[in-house]
Ligand binder design. Structure first.
Ligand code: ATR
Length: 311
């Protein structure tokens, strides 16, 4: 890649400032809040590897130059966060199957002079869900899943859930038309995967459910409500559509949301999305450091605890 001058790299994470270390970073706008450096430092210490991992703020119109400058100065790999995941995907010359499916990338690295991208967000989520469900002796296989919300976060979890052979995905959103649109978009792949995919009215979830006499094994809150103090569904509704083994999962992390509190008060297991953040980071670390995914030595629980200690 042609060297260019980008002050962001020189000022923030300049690989040349860390001789003898492999240098990585997370790039976003904003970026100051990112917990990724804590997670990667934890994995590096745990596996005895000498790396430096920092935060890189990029102006909205300077993503490409910032990335190119980082790699031109010897950087080894980047995580990509909001709002650059689509741009990262477009920029990479080589794209993994997962990235192609998502059409967005959260990991970049150079291999044989070519820029590669991957998307570890989806598998990060399903790894986290499997870990949590295993604690209660269940799994995603044949699970009936309810996704609350129909924005970007909801869209990103549908393919990864189907890949884990869930039996049903129900999408419920405040604006029904958006849930319906998602169903239309994913129906062909759902049919191929033999997953029942449906949109339901978020207000009447319990009524149609009572007729079918079934409950959801997993409820994922993929709405933006966790950022404030609201929940997309009432506590009574959670009660009506859950069973004692239902897991309530909020994709927001770093706080106990109203949705999680309600579920816990009903005696259900609830989790925020911090494990997903740690798992997607672990997958990136495994790619960069050539660790085998299946027998990854990375201590996920330890990394989660390390991040929680900072709140
Ligand atoms: P993201 O990319 O994080 O998913 P988004 O695309 O803006 O963000 O989507 C936000 C989601 O949260 C939408 O499903 C939105 O519902 P609408 O499509 O009806 O707008 C949902 N949402 C936001 N605030 C909500 C609230 N107070 N109650 C219920 N759903 C809410």
């Amino acid at each position: 890649m042609a060297p260019v001058t980008n002050q962001a790299i020189i000022d923030q994470v300049n690989p040349k400032d860390h001789p003898g270390k492999d240098v990585y970073g997370v790039i976003g706008h904003p970026i100051a809040h990112s917990k990724s450096p804590i997670i990667h430092a934890y994995f590096a210490k745990q596996t005895n590897q000498s790396i430096h991992y920092g935060r890189i703020f990029s102006e909205l119109n300077a993503f490409k130059e910032t990335v190119e400058e980082f790699f031109a100065r010897g950087g080894k790999g980047l995580n990509i966060t909001v709002p650059f995941k689509l741009e990262a995907y477009a920029l990479a010359q080589k794209k993994t199957d997962r990235a192609q499916l998502a059409k967005a990338a959260n990991v970049l690295w150079l291999k044989d002079g070519e820029l590669w991208c991957d998307n570890t967000d989806g598998v990060g989520l399903t790894r986290d869900l499997q870990r949590l469900l295993k604690n209660q002796q269940t799994s995603l296989k044949n699970a009936k899943v309810l996704i609350l919300g129909a924005g970007g976060a909801a869209q990103g979890v549908i393919d990864p859930l189907m890949a884990e052979s869930v039996s049903q995905i129900t999408i419920a959103n405040r604006t029904f038309a958006k849930a319906d649109q998602l169903i239309a978009q994913f129906q062909p792949s759902a049919m191929a995967a033999q997953v029942h995919l449906e949109a339901r009215d978020i207000q009447n979830l319990d009524q149609s459910k009572t007729q079918a006499n079934d409950t959801f094994d997993l409820i994922i809150n993929a709405t933006a409500t966790g950022l404030g103090d609201a929940s997309p569904i009432s506590k009574e509704l959670i009660k009506a559509i859950s069973n004692p083994k239902t897991l309530a999962y909020d994709m927001v992390y770093g706080k106990e949301t109203r949705f999680m509190q309600d579920a816990r008060e009903l005696g259900l297991n609830a989790s925020d999305g911090l494990g997903m953040l740690v798992e997607q980071a672990a997958l990136a670390f495994e790619i960069w450091r050539h660790l085998k995914g299946a027998d990854s030595p990375l201590d996920i629980d330890g990394a989660i605890a390390a991040v929680r200690a900072t709140y």
